[in-house]
Design a protein around this ligand. Structure first.
Ligand code: FMN
Length: 157
């Protein structure tokens, strides 16, 4: 896809097919994470890709309660050093757009119990877990959600 098409076609997907994601595509997604810029090039993050069904169920049941996450074959859990969720969001957006380009659906999920996710996955207590991203083939094609007008968003001075 052309780049502007990727950006305009991305949607929050909340219905997934259970089809697995081929490893070659996952490898591409991993690579896009590694290309992201970060302050002082510190790369203050780590990304866990949860394929294990038991672990995914546990995350949804105990920490998230958003049932649509069950069907996605992969949940990506972003972890970062304290106060570095800004850098992390940049890397995650690389992944989200690259996934869209591969015909995959994603959804940013920020509403979950972070301490429970950390306990389930054995993440060190000082690390932050800013976001989860389910990844899978979409089983819905939602229309574009409304946005503020450019006049509301942007001021050129
Ligand atoms: C930081 C962040 C956190 C979000 N958390 C959730 C969430 O916990 N659950 C959910 O269903 N969607 C969540 N979303 C998705 C938004 O609801 C969605 O992006 C927004 O409604 C716009 O729709 P679109 O992504 O299809 O353009 C989140 C999005 C962002 C950027």
């Amino acid at each position: 896809m052309e780049f502007m098409e990727v950006i305009s076609k991305r949607r929050a997907i909340r219905k997934y097919k259970k089809d697995p994601i081929p490893d070659v595509i996952l490898q591409k997604l991993f690579y896009t994470l590694s290309l992201a810029p970060s302050g002082n090039n510190r790369q203050p993050y780590k990304f866990l890709f949860i394929k294990d069904e038991k672990l995914r169920r546990e995350i949804v049941q105990r920490a998230c309660h958003q049932e649509f996450l069950y069907d996605a074959p992969v949940i990506m859990v972003a972890c970062c050093e304290p106060g570095r969720s800004f850098d992390t969001a940049i890397a995650v957006d690389h992944l989200v757009l690259a996934a869209t380009n591969e015909g995959l659906g994603t959804c940013w999920v920020g509403w979950f119990e972070r301490d429970v996710v950390k306990e389930i996955l054995g993440i060190e207590p000082h690390m932050e877990v800013p976001i989860l991203i389910p990844i899978g083939y979409p089983d819905e094609s939602p229309s574009a959600r409304p946005r503020k007008s450019l006049d509301e968003l942007i001021e050129v001075i």
